[in-house]
Design a protein around this ligand. Structure first.
Ligand code: GTP
Ligand code: MG
Length: 298
């Protein structure tokens, strides 16, 4: 059955892709078998992250336009950190990217995080890999950057674009180290608002090689996503960086990041803190409890 699903995905069957994403999302019985059948794929993954409301979806919408014009097939995953009871953001994505929902070259899937793992989805690595089996030319991953998850998205995307707005100075100061680790490109969106040029200049200075431990300059681009301004330049910058990742060292670092994360998950499977607490209490009552002997055989 899984092999048939995979063949259908490979041949571009969007319904099967949608269905199998749900199976993986819900950990349907045997879903790991499908994952183990996935072929080696190099589909480019573009990560778009940044604070809530920065214009990420609007930017993705414009970027899809650019790629589709170029004859590319695009898969989009939007990770929505709101609760399943708040459909606001998902509906927002639908409105923001409305023109693409019915386009044959575009597939958009929103995933709700249900509050776990910051802004990421617990099966985001698996779902992204599943999408890679489909004949997409590019995969775009939109996540809301809330601290830690921004660092985690770095392991998922070949190129990570951090979207900020002209008023984002304080945010950048507090997250500087984290941003430096993940950002391949900075976008100052809503550049139609005052202060954009000054903010761009400050960012360039702050992340210049002389002031940071980055050996290369991190591009800082200006966009007005709502008017599709600056999108060609953004697409160009992404292509340039992605070309380096494909052949370079970074690809294997990304795979190692993902392997580490998945191994961690696998090892901790079935470990339940509530249960752990009860077992510890019981052993403690017996006396002579030692934490290190306790974990040794776990
Ligand atoms: N002035 C201005 N408004 C913009 C621009 N780009 C997006 N917006 C507006 O900003 C608001 C938020 O846009 P979204 O694209 O939904 O932002 P987002 O970052 O995806 O938001 P979340 O996914 O909810 O975090 C919308 O009302 C957009 O119309 C821009 O370049 N200029
Ligand atoms: Mg959005």
């Amino acid at each position: 059955m899984w092999n048939e699903y995979l063949q259908e995905i490979k041949s571009g069957n969007i319904k099967t892709l949608a269905r199998t994403i749900s199976l993986v999302e819900n950990e349907a019985e045997g879903y790991e078998q499908l994952l183990r059948l996935l072929p080696q794929e190099d589909t480019r993954v573009i990560g778009i992250t940044g604070p809530p409301g920065a214009g990420k979806s609007t930017l993705v919408d414009a970027l899809i336009g650019e790629l589709v014009n170029d004859g590319k097939k695009v898969g989009v995953i939007c990770v929505d950190p709101s609760s399943p009871f708040n459909m606001g953001a998902v509906l927002g994505d639908r409105i923001r990217m409305s023109s693409w929902y019915t386009h044959p070259g575009v597939f958009i899937r929103s995933l709700a995080t249900r509050g776990s793992m910051g802004g990421l989805h617990p099966k985001i690595i698996e779902i992204t890999d599943l999408m890679k089996a489909f004949p997409f030319d590019h995969i775009i991953l939109e996540t809301v950057g809330v601290g830690q998850s921004e660092i985690e998205i770095a392991g998922l995307a070949d190129v990570t674009v951090v979207v900020l707005v002209p008023e984002g100075g304080d945010e950048v100061q507090t997250m500087k180290a984290g941003l430096m680790e993940i950002a391949d490109i900075f976008v100052v969106n809503k550049a139609d608002r005052p202060g954009a040029d000054l903010f761009v200049r400050n960012l360039r200075q702050m992340f210049a090689p002389a002031f940071s431990n980055h050996s290369e300059e991190i591009p800082v681009l200006k966009t007005v996503a709502a008017e599709k301004t600056g999108i060609v330049e953004l697409n160009g910058a992404i292509s340039l960086l992605a070309a380096n990742t494909k052949s370079g060292d970074k690809k294997f670092w990304l795979l190692a990041e993902r392997a580490y994360y998945l191994m961690e998950q696998q090892r901790m499977k079935g470990v339940n803190k509530q249960v752990l607490r009860k077992v510890i209490e019981a052993e403690y009552q017996l006396g002579n409890f030692n934490l290190y002997r306790f974990i040794k055989d776990k």
